[in-house]
Design a binder for this molecule. Structure first.
Ligand SMILES: NC(=O)c1ccc[n+]([C@@H]2O[C@H](COP(=O)([O-])OP(=O)(O)OC[C@H]3O[C@@H](n4cnc5c(N)ncnc54)[C@H](O)[C@@H]3O)[C@@H](O)[C@H]2O)c1
Length: 280
């Protein structure tokens, strides 16, 4: 199994790089000597972050993209290769949240959630991996799933389906690359709660919150509280780069997730319905 230890002068592409976990990954990559290609749908935040890195002497470009649009990802890859001539680390990290029951989630919400959280990752791999393979250098794909890619909860159908998809897709990608002896490794990042703005970005309006049924409302409040009390994104970035350095596939940042996975497997193998795990 390959790994990626020496980051110096290598090129990292990070989606959702203007904030939260993506920005922490970018800072950690820059600290290791990498050049940065940052992609985000929030153009204003992206421009500020790019200017900041450049001011610190980090070779950085920014590309405004919506990861759910394949043509945006093609433009991102073109920009990366035009600027730096290679890509070594692709972090498919952009993602959004939504708390709604399985039946209340609208077709448009399903499309948006899966478009960003699942297709964003699929598009990244489809566009970047062939070019990385053709470049012949050692590389790494880091897909941000979530503990919600391994464990289910109430009011999370669209989020869970997308993140379970990212875990399954990453496992398939790993098999496909290994069988070909490719010099590209894969990791899937599965954090539980991290202190970012994700619960703000996906936050429903006050009116929507009031209209939600009591179970959804309770879940929304618990998620916001859990995110606010989560681990700092810098810790996730540190753990991720350490795991990539060791060539590890699954990156779990919270011990609680291990317990949940064990419970889930026990439920399946004991023919029990899924245990409702506490949110925090
Ligand atoms: N915060 C948590 O508790 C947590 C836990 C597990 C997994 N995650 C996952 O981590 C990833 C990063 O989330 P975060 O917590 O840092 O959130 P965040 O909201 O702080 O940052 C996400 C970034 O992605 C950008 N973005 C959103 N939609 C986009 C799109 N369509 N195209 C391009 N960029 C887009 C946002 O503008 C933002 O800068 C997501 O995939 C999320 O699902 C977060």
């Amino acid at each position: 199994m390959s790994s990626m230890n020496d980051l110096r002068e290598k090129v990292a592409v990070i989606t959702g790089g203007a904030d939260g976990i993506g920005l922490a990954l970018a800072r950690r990559a820059a600290a290791g000597g990498m050049k940065l290609v940052l992609a985000d749908i929030n153009e204003e935040a992206l421009a500020l972050v790019v200017r900041d890195f450049q001011a610190q002497g980090v070779a950085t470009i920014g590309e405004p993209v919506d990861v759910s649009k394949f043509s945006d990802i093609t433009r991102l890859a073109d920009a990366a290769w035009n600027a730096f001539g290679a890509v070594h680390l692709l972090a498919n990290n952009a993602g959004i949240g939504l708390a709604k029951s399985a039946w209340e989630t609208t077709p448009a919400e399903w499309e948006r959630m899966l478009g960003v959280n699942l297709y964003g990752v699929i598009h990244g791999v489809r566009e970047f991996v062939p070019r990385m393979l053709a470049g012949g250098e050692q590389g790494w794909i880091l897909n941000t799933a979530s503990a919600a890619g391994l464990l289910t909860g109430p009011a999370l159908a669209a989020y869970n389906v997308g993140k379970f998809g990212v875990v399954a897709f990453s496992e398939c990608l790993h098999h496909d690359l290994r069988l070909r002896g490719a010099k590209i490794g894969v990791s899937v990042l599965c954090p539980a709660w991290v202190r970012t703005k994700i619960a703000d970005a996906g936050r429903s309006s006050a009116a929507e919150f009031a209209a939600a049924d009591p179970v959804t409302r309770q879940t929304m409040a618990a998620i916001q509280q859990a995110v606010a009390g989560g681990i700092p994104p810098e810790e996730v970035a540190e753990t991720s780069f350490a795991a990539i350095g060791r060539g590890e596939f699954y990156i779990l940042t919270h011990q609680r997730t291990h317990l949940g996975v064990r419970q889930r497997m026990d439920d399946i193998l004991s023919n029990r319905p899924p245990t409702l795990l506490p949110i925090i």
